[in-house]
Write a protein that binds this ligand. Structure first.
Ligand SMILES: [Mn+2]
Length: 320
């Protein structure tokens, strides 16, 4: 963060009245939290802000102030376009058209630095954590709704402060957000603990087919599973969190069949592995310990290709 381009960001913001802020498809807590954190802070500073999530706001984040302002399409022109928590432009859901990105704020190690100004800190536990430091430095106050959004992002991406990249600084940021009015137990419960009945039934389908080879574990959620459980989303309903709690496993892979002929793949790995490199090979990205990709092909084909590539990473590490 030492080289953070604060003065360029300040310049961009000063000259902008209308601001477009976007985050990524299949939004998680950090996507929603960083979007609202930046968006509401800019609104508070008198800017006219449009916030966009191509897939809309997941139901477990609709309690956040400002979430009802988030729209799914981009209309009109803006003085400034900013993305948060997006490692590449396609992650916005291709809603930008020809509009260039002025400001790219992110913490993914695979970030493509596609903005005119890029504030990318891969050591940060969440994009929301970056914003919790950047906003006050830019003279944008952390009021209660902003603090709630950012703490939601921080809690989500660290799975409740327990990912291996946790730092004392991340806890200090959380403490600061609590001091600005964010209720940790409540936001934690909404972001990580509470689940729908249908989501757990959806997990059940995949858990009965769970497979293990040495220290690799995997399963798939099919379209049929989604229908059987009446699960409304096209995501994994956080099942990968459950897979990553299984003992004596180094890498967990979850396949989610999509209705566009693609398969969404997510990897979770123990420290010492870098699954972002596998994801990158398949057109995705992420973090060393948690990555994802959207791969065209049938479930069977994608599963074979991905398991083969993952297996070779696992065995290469074992040999080193
Ligand atoms: Mn994030």
């Amino acid at each position: 963060m030492k080289d953070a381009p604060f003065s360029s960001i300040r310049g961009l913001l000063q000259n902008a009245q209308t601001v477009l802020v976007l985050s990524h498809i299949r939004p998680d807590g950090d996507a929603v939290g960083s979007l609202l954190g930046l968006g509401l802070a800019l609104q508070h500073a008198g800017k006219e802000v449009t916030m966009v999530l191509a897939d809309g706001v997941p139901s477990n984040f609709r309690h956040l102030t400002g979430s009802n302002q988030i729209v799914r399409r981009v209309n009109g022109n803006f003085d400034l376009t900013a993305t948060v928590d997006c490692s590449d432009i396609a992650r916005t859901g291709n809603v930008l058209g020809e509009r260039p990105v002025d400001l790219n704020i992110d913490h993914h190690i695979t970030n493509q630095n596609f903005g005119k100004v890029n504030l990318v800190d891969s050591a940060a536990v969440a994009t929301s954590a970056i914003l919790a430091e950047v906003l006050p430095a830019l003279g944008l106050p952390l009021n209660r709704p902003v603090a709630e959004a950012l703490l939601t992002g921080l809690v989500s991406d660290t799975i409740g402060f327990r990912t291996s990249n946790m730092t004392p600084d991340a806890l200090r940021i959380a403490a600061k957000l609590m001091e600005h009015g964010a209720n940790l137990p409540e936001l934690y419960h909404q972001a990580l603990v509470q689940r729908s009945y249908n989501a757990v039934r959806y997990w059940g389908q995949a858990l009965t087919r769970l497979q293990k080879k040495d220290r690799l574990i995997w399963t798939a959620l099919t379209l049929e599973d989604r229908r059987a459980a009446s699960y409304p989303g096209n995501d994994d309903a956080d099942l990968n969190h459950i897979l990553s709690t299984i003992e004596a496993v180094d890498i967990a892979v979850l396949f989610v069949e999509q209705n566009n002929g693609h398969v969404k793949v997510s990897w979770r790995a123990q420290p010492g592995y870098d699954v972002s490199q596998i994801a990158l090979k398949f057109g995705g990205g992420g973090h060393p310990a948690a990555s994802g990709a959207d791969i065209p092909g049938s479930l069977e084909t994608v599963q074979n290709q991905v398991l083969e590539a993952t297996w070779s990473v696992l065995t290469a590490n074992n040999g080193s």
